[in-house]
Design a protein around this ligand. Structure first.
Ligand code: TXA
Ligand code: MG
Length: 343
């Protein structure tokens, strides 16, 4: 299959929408990461997403809408909880996904057989235009090959999926840089299943109680079922081996300098750069600037693989406050939960 790389023009938005209406797959920009979209109401079209990505069939997809009213209009959920209305008022359109009890129109391919469905109203103008032009909600996971870092540019999508999908719409670089925050309202207490651009602190300003699922910061305990199936997979991983260090800033510099050499890279902060010797360096941004680090994380992991000769990447555990929790969550998965504690 030939994959068309489309510039974001009104004609190309129409073209992409037509592909989607006809059951095809299109890589679309959102503010978080690029999504691989199909008509969410067409189970056959959705099944192609799993094939193109090599995604396990038990991992459900997020349904993207362009208006809060789409939830009822398309029968996506069986009931809209008050908490969902409050969250939508504060954070939609934007990088928040809300899980609710599934409505009848949602095919089993989208929900992977669960009784719930994840809904998101993205704020990227092209994402909104494409959903509107397609006039159906769009199911879309991140547009990477399953297991590799999520794509934050159209070129990343091409690198992973060229020849496997119909088209990619180039809407520029994603502003947030990592995937949306996922919160479930399908249990008694609202619970964050995946941290992202909307922080737990912000959610707690709107809802009285918000829990954070155990699997957000820890390896899933043996024998436990993941609340969010996507969280059980080693994820976001570059080909190079990511090693996380729990340490102070100077311990990090000393450790990496001691272990440096050919095949070693440091995924570090701006402030570390002058002191790191004998290793390739990729900076995530200023120390403590978690928005900047979130923005560049996946791009940096892809860049390290692009060097071709990096075997080990040393990074350090970020804090878990604010967007730091999302950076922590992605890094610890990229590292397969291996952390070296130097303290
Ligand atoms: O920012 C984002 O959310 C991006 C853009 C494209 O919107 N999408 C994205 O989709 O990250 P994906 O498929 O890569 O991640 C969706 C996550 C997975 O961990 C999946 O298991 C979880 O959400 N999920 C989806 N539906 C669920 C459900 N009904 N119950 C529990 N977890 C669900
Ligand atoms: Mg993904």
């Amino acid at each position: 299959m030939k994959t068309e790389l489309l510039k974001s023009t009104p004609e190309n938005i129409k073209k992409a929408a037509k592909i989607l209406k006809n059951g095809g797959l299109v890589g679309i920009p959102t503010e978080t990461v690029y999504g691989l979209a199909a008509n969410a109401l067409d189970g056959k079209a959705v099944a192609k997403i799993f094939e193109a990505k090599g995604r396990p069939a038990d991992n459900p997809l997020i349904v993207h809408i362009a208006d809060f009213g789409d939830i009822e209009k398309f029968n996506l959920v069986s009931e809209v909880p008050e908490a969902a209305k409050a969250l939508a008022k504060h954070f939609w359109p934007g990088p928040l996904t809300i899980i609710m009890k599934k409505g009848e129109a949602v095919p089993g391919e989208v929900s992977a057989g669960l009784g719930t469905v994840a809904i998101r109203f993205p704020c990227h103008p092209d994402a909104r235009r494409i959903i509107e032009a397609a006039s159906v909600p769009l199911a879309a996971p991140s547009a990477n090959l399953s297991g590799s870092p999520s794509p934050t540019t159209a070129q990343h999508v091409m690198n992973d999926l060229d020849g496997r999908i119909d088209a990619v719409l180039d809407g520029g670089e994603c502003s947030v840089g990592l995937e949306s925050t996922v919160i479930t309202l399908a249990d008694t207490v609202p619970r964050v299943l995946r941290p992202g651009g909307v922080t737990v602190e912000q959610l707690r300003e709107v809802l009285d109680t918000v829990e954070v699922d155990e699997a957000v910061l820890n390896r899933l305990a043996e024998g436990k079922t993941a609340a969010s199936p996507g969280m059980k997979y080693k994820h976001y991983a570059p080909r190079a081996n990511v090693v996380l260090l729990k340490c102070t800033d100077s311990e990090y510099i000393d450790y990496v300098n001691d272990h440096g050499g050919v095949g070693v890279a440091a995924l570090c902060c701006d402030e570390d750069l002058p002191r790191l010797k004998n290793v390739k360096t990729v900076s995530l941004g200023k120390r403590g600037d978690y928005e900047a680090q979130a923005h560049s994380l996946f791009e940096s992991l892809r860049r390290i693989d692009g060097y071709g000769d990096v075997i080990t990447v040393y990074s350090r555990l970020p804090g878990t406050d604010g967007v730091g929790m999302a950076v922590y969550n992605r890094l610890i998965r990229a590292a397969g939960f291996e952390v070296i504690d130097l303290g």
